[in-house]
Ligand binder design. Structure first.
Ligand SMILES: [Zn+2]
Length: 214
């Protein structure tokens, strides 16, 4: 199957976005645009099956862990201009690519990224992608609340585990090195999927995010 995991991140991690889903700092992803979208609840009312519930449950799990920052995310399914994009987050919208989210092979593909993304543990591909995109939301809201940058969040976390800021991403995944928003999103997926087995860098980042949000 064709699956360009390089575009996992979608776009729109930056709060300084320009368009309706405007991405700012995701340099690999800024040309991604949403072509169509419909609410995830439509899928559920149509009997949309497992993946829709997996995404809802992931959002609920994050809300229990990190609080109300996650509550108002609008969950959608849609299509993108770049076929390889698995999901995107921007401006309160989390959009999963319908091409992949309904595909059972997504989980297999996500299991074998050769370090490009963190291990998905015993989670499904849809859950891992949702956890990454929700991580964008958390990074954005935490930075805003603390009045600091997402880099500052990674730096603070790095101090707690004695890892230099610029080396943190390398402990998480290759894609985490794209920029600091992706570092936090990948840490979010790592901790959600792997719990206490996640990298120490990921755990430190999400501990710092939680500390700010709580
Ligand atoms: Zn991303």
């Amino acid at each position: 199957m064709e699956l360009n995991l390089q575009f996992f991140g979608g776009r729109g991690a930056s709060s300084g976005g320009t368009g309706p889903y405007g991405g700012g700092m995701e340099d690999t992803d800024t040309n991604v645009t949403v072509r169509s979208q419909h609410p995830l609840t439509d899928e559920i009312s149509k009997g949309g099956g497992g993946f829709a519930n997996e995404i809802m449950d992931t959002r609920d799990a994050f809300e229990r862990e990190y609080g109300s920052a996650v509550k108002n995310i609008k969950l959608s399914v849609g299509t993108f201009n770049k076929p390889g994009v698995l999901g995107a987050y921007g401006q309160d919208n989390l959009i999963m690519n319908q091409r992949y989210v309904k595909n059972a092979n997504l989980t297999d593909a996500m299991k074998n990224t050769d370090g490009f993304h963190p291990s998905i543990g015993n989670k499904t591909g849809a859950e891992a992608v949702a956890a990454h995109e929700i991580g964008h939301r958390l990074g954005e809201v935490a930075a805003q609340k603390a009045g600091i940058s997402q880099r500052d969040i990674v730096q603070r976390a790095g101090k707690s585990v004695d890892i230099k800021t610029e080396n943190m991403a390398g402990h998480i995944s290759k894609y985490a090195r794209s920029n600091y928003a992706e570092t936090i999103a990948e840490a979010s997926a790592d901790v959600f999927c792997n719990g206490s087995k996640a990298s120490k860098a990921s755990q430190a980042i999400m501990t710092e995010v939680k500390r700010i949000l709580k």
